[in-house]
Design a protein around this ligand. Structure first.
Ligand code: GLN
Length: 188
């Protein structure tokens, strides 16, 4: 499959590596036309304010929304913030593709980054995963349509609504490909 990765800012190269390790083709993209070659899209972690500014500047919003109307999209960390309906304080509206309310930087600053076990559910199977949290957001509220797929303690850290998958940690910064594999093979 061809997996597009929005490559405006952030750790898109790490997602590309994960996709390639699973035997798929990664397409790092900065322009709308390239989306036509993609079967699914990943919006990486990074800085959501920087990414949304570039989305506006490059006029990518309509193409991203059009793509998401028919394809699966995964967002990690800043990507989660950009996909959320209520993202907190951003200089431009988020993409609003999943009905969650987010608190940005909910665990503190860069220096408060941490790695801890999270409990996730993939295809009905509960399992542990190494959660890498870097200035991570928390999902504070979510609509009934949103399925909760991951917890860190009692905090919601991974969720899905139909074709949209989000997590507040960084699976691309581990060598564990289970979440990418789940996105590519099971989220449509
Ligand atoms: N705190 C960042 C933001 O608000 C996200 C951090 C990350 O993606 N690791 O965009």
């Amino acid at each position: 499959m061809n997996i597009g990765i929005l490559a405006l800012q952030g750790d898109y190269v790490k997602h590309a590596r994960a996709v390639e390790k699973l035997g798929h083709t990664s397409i790092c993209l900065k322009e709308a036309d390239t989306l036509q070659k993609c079967d699914k899209l990943i919006i990486p972690g990074g800085e959501s304010t920087a990414i949304i500014r570039l989305i506006e500047k490059l006029k990518l919003r309509p193409a991203l929304l059009e793509f998401a109307a028919e394809h699966a999209v995964m967002g990690t960390c800043a990507g989660l913030i950009l996909l959320s309906k209520i993202p907190g304080n951003l200089p431009f509206p988020s993409l609003g593709l999943i009905d969650i309310e987010v608190e940005r930087n909910a665990y503190g600053r860069q220096i408060d980054s941490f790695i801890d076990t999270v409990q996730i559910t993939l295809n009905g199977q509960e399992q542990d995963f190494e959660g890498v949290f870097i200035r991570a957001p928390k999902i504070k509220k979510y609509a009934e349509t949103v399925e909760i797929l991951g917890y860190h303690g009692t905090d919601v850290v991974m969720a899905q609504d139909k074709n949209i998958l989000v997590c507040s940690f960084h699976p691309e910064l581990t060598n564990d490909l289970r979440i990418h594999d789940f996105f590519i093979s099971s989220v449509d």
